[in-house]
Design a protein around this ligand. Structure first.
Ligand code: 5GP
Length: 113
């Protein structure tokens, strides 16, 4: 199966503005930012979407959320922020590798479109 774009970012086949990495995950700036701060947090494990998260991934999912918390703190999003995970067609997912959008730096409207 061909690698998707995020797997190529993990393997450094294509460049990205990576701001955090550890054994389990990677965080990099979105190429098309929708807010002053727009970071994508992804697991290194090739999980396609939230739908495909397995029960055994519970620790990994906790790790991703704690990483998001730490990044929001480091990026000084003290006024607040939003975490989004689009899933599937109706959810607007365009890259088939699980990712969380961390958005902040402006007032975000609700509900999303
Ligand atoms: P989705 O629509 O699947 O929730 O989000 C995919 C996100 O990946 C989009 O916000 C899009 O701008 C971002 N994206 C797509 N290709 C690249 C890329 O090559 N590099 C980076 N940094 N972001 C990308």
């Amino acid at each position: 199966m061909p690698e998707n774009i995020f797997q190529k970012i993990i393997s450094r086949e294509i460049p990205a503005d990576i701001i955090y990495e550890d054994d389990l995950c990677l965080a990099f700036r979105d190429v098309s930012p929708q807010a002053p701060t727009h970071v994508l947090i992804i697991p290194k494990k090739p999980i396609k979407s939230i739908d495909q998260v397995a029960d055994e991934d519970v620790e990994l999912m906790g790790h991703l959320w704690l990483t998001i918390r730490n990044l929001a703190n480091e990026l000084k999003l003290e006024k607040g922020y939003r975490v989004v995970a689009n899933c599937g067609w109706d959810g607007g997912q365009t890259v088939d590798h699980l990712h969380f959008h961390l958005l902040g730096g402006r007032l975000l409207s609700w509900p999303p479109g």
